[in-house]
Design a protein around this ligand. Sequence first.
Ligand SMILES: O=C(O)CC[C@@H](O)C(=O)O
Ligand SMILES: [Zn+2]
Length: 436
Amino acid sequence: MRKYKGCSKLVVKPGSTQDVSKVLRYCNENSLAVVPQGGNSGLVGGSVPVYDEIVISMSRMNRIRSFDGTSGIMVVDAGCILEVADKFLAEKNHIFPLDLGAKGSCQIGGNVATNAGGLRLLRYGSLHGNVLGIEAVLPDGTVMDDLSTLRKNNTGYDIKQLFIGGEGTIGIITGVSILCPQRSKARNVALFGLESFEKAQQAFRVAKSQLAEILSAFELMDEQGQSMVEFVNQRTRPLDSRYPFYCLIETSGSNPEHDSEKLEAFLEHVMSEDIVSDGVLAQDETQMQSLWSWREGISECVGHWGGVYKYDLSIPLPELYNLVEDTRERLTSAGLVGDGDTFPVVGVVGFGHMGDSNLHLNVATRRYDKEVEQLLEPFVYEWIAGRNGSVSAEHGLGLAKKAYVGYSRSDTMIRLMQQIKTLYDPNGIMNPYKYI
Ligand SMILES: O=C(O)CC[C@@H](O)C(=O)O
Ligand SMILES: [Zn+2]
């Protein structure tokens, strides 16, 4: 996205928790600010050094420490790449409970520090539930060893939760223990086109009741986003016609025949009821990946023209797509959207994890433009606050939303967050200048 440019004279790459501890102790004693960095795949600038902070890269701490096949609990170093862990688990008939487009480069420590949501949350829940234990180094070098593998542990405040989504502001995660589900025997993917967002909601309702326990993803794409993927990747569309909306659903269950019958029955039902206009069911793994690529490709393809204003928002479902329409209308009526170099905006795209009410609003531009930015912010955040949504559903706050946390959190909660920050990091060395 190239929006945030970091600036640092020093990158340190610790090889162990003890190394991290020594580095932090030294930095704390000498008031040197640090930025923990995982795979650097975040979208809100959370791992970017703003002035001259020392980057602490976790890439050398990349081991899988242990896996227990009976409980499904895995313990990894923070710098372990998500895809490496998932491939390891595949051999053991398990999966990592989190999956996202950047899996080939993002690191588990970063995923946990940002409480990444991703494509499987609908089925497996958030990291707040799946992470069982954390090993972290506090700013003064103390190692907080809470690498529990217990599923139940009701012994007072659950401190590790502060590190999940804490964005490296109170300490550095060095190890994670996580509950990994059994890999499903059957996986199916279908993509379908719909005439309206109202119909997409109806399809979701039917999917939840008919596919129930096997539904593992319900994703939304709009035509603007799909036409960008088609243009940038030069691909032939999976459906013969174009529709204003598309949904991708995935099922993961234990019985291949039962699951495909269920999905076929679902498709038949929604098509005969005129909820869905057309649909395709992947016949093999290659086709499943191909259908997923129409969804996963959007994030990158929207950046093809130069810049993207990205918003990651939680919105009550019935209102979810209204924001895209309102934003499109706002920028269009200001004369900023169109073909040709004179228009800064190429298109306004909405997509996301519909099953989690999580919208990704992306405004694709030819350049970063003050007028566009002023029309977008604080408009988008005010719009969200007016609907009791969240200004960050799954990407975190980082630098991008530093000024906007108040749209989703009360003064009391912000004060408590500041007090927690001061308690853990009295010298303010941990990932400063970010949201807190
Ligand atoms: O680029 C975005 O706005 C979203 C990225 C990611 O969270 C996704 O769901 O594809
Ligand atoms: Zn997402």
